[in-house]
Design a protein around this ligand. Structure first.
Ligand SMILES: CC(=O)SCCNC(=O)CCNC(=O)[C@H](O)C(C)(C)COP(=O)(O)OP(=O)(O)OC[C@H]1O[C@@H](n2cnc3c(N)ncnc32)[C@H](O)[C@@H]1OP(=O)(O)O
Length: 218
């Protein structure tokens, strides 16, 4: 991140608070928040909230200095597609979308992080792990060696991917879940908190338990 980088975040919820703290720790600051919900309020003291694309347009028009602007989707949960759409919108307005890594996370120099991927405190991204765009590696989550994650993947707090795991686009791995080595998980699937995934999973299912079993389709 550039020194004193100015950030805009889309999403005014708990995840925005986490990102704002991290941005401040890295020497940047959040200058505006956006949310699609007309009832949303700003979760960051002193930072104005604008609603939807109309709000963004209003803010953008009034912005004197549009240089050195960075944007991130502050949307957690299983909403990888929404995060990607926000990034696309930011890029259309020359707002830069880059990875953000907490100083107390460990990202191996041979790992790759896609645009706008967020690696939070205590997280680990190990050797030759490749993460797509708009992923979240939440607090204390780990993607071990040679894992390959598509776009919009969320590893919730404490989730563990063992080595060589492959994860499709927009998958969410719930808090504290474990995925055993070399397992492949199809797009859009949700793994419940605390599950242990011992076998490959198809696209578009919700699983839970140890060993993880399908509880419904999405
Ligand atoms: C910083 C942050 O907070 S990041 C956010 C992290 N969030 C998470 O990790 C949450 C992950 N989500 C879950 O674990 C969810 O419970 C899901 C996706 C597995 C299931 O959600 P839903 O489809 O809404 O299921 P629902 O809550 O209706 O439960 C269905 C059944 O599965 C059971 N169940 C739900 N979650 C789990 C779980 N994690 N492990 C075992 N069983 C579960 C329920 O007890 C219920 O059982 P019953 O039919 O016998 O009563």
């Amino acid at each position: 991140m550039a020194e004193c980088a100015r950030y805009v975040l889309w999403g005014s919820s708990g995840h925005a608070k986490v990102l704002a703290s991290l941005i401040a720790l890295c020497g940047g600051k959040v200058v505006a928040l956006f949310d699609n919900n007309p009832n949303a309020v700003s979760v960051i003291p002193g930072v104005p909230l604008y609603v939807a694309k109309e709000g963004f347009a209003r803010w953008y028009e009034g912005e004197q200095d549009r240089t050195n602007l960075y944007g991130l989707a502050a949307i957690g949960g299983a909403h990888g597609r929404d995060r990607l759409a926000v990034h696309e919108y930011f890029r259309m307005h020359n707002v830069r979308v880059e990875p953000l890594v907490h100083p107390h996370a460990s990202v191996c120099q041979t790992a790759l992080l896609g645009p706008g991927t967020q690696v939070l405190a205590g997280a680990v991204v190990a050797s030759d792990a490749h993460l797509g765009e708009a992923c979240i590696v939440n607090h204390r989550a780990a993607a071990d060696h040679e894992c390959v994650l598509g776009d919009g993947v969320h590893l919730a707090p404490g989730a563990t991917l063992c080595g060589c795991v492959k994860i499709g686009n927009n998958v969410m791995i719930g808090a504290g879940a474990v995925v055993l080595p070399r397992v492949t998980i199809g797009e859009n699937t949700v793994v419940g908190a605390g599950a242990v995934v011992t076998r490959d999973l198809p696209t578009g299912v919700v699983v839970a338990g140890n060993p993880a079993r399908i509880i419904r389709n999405i």
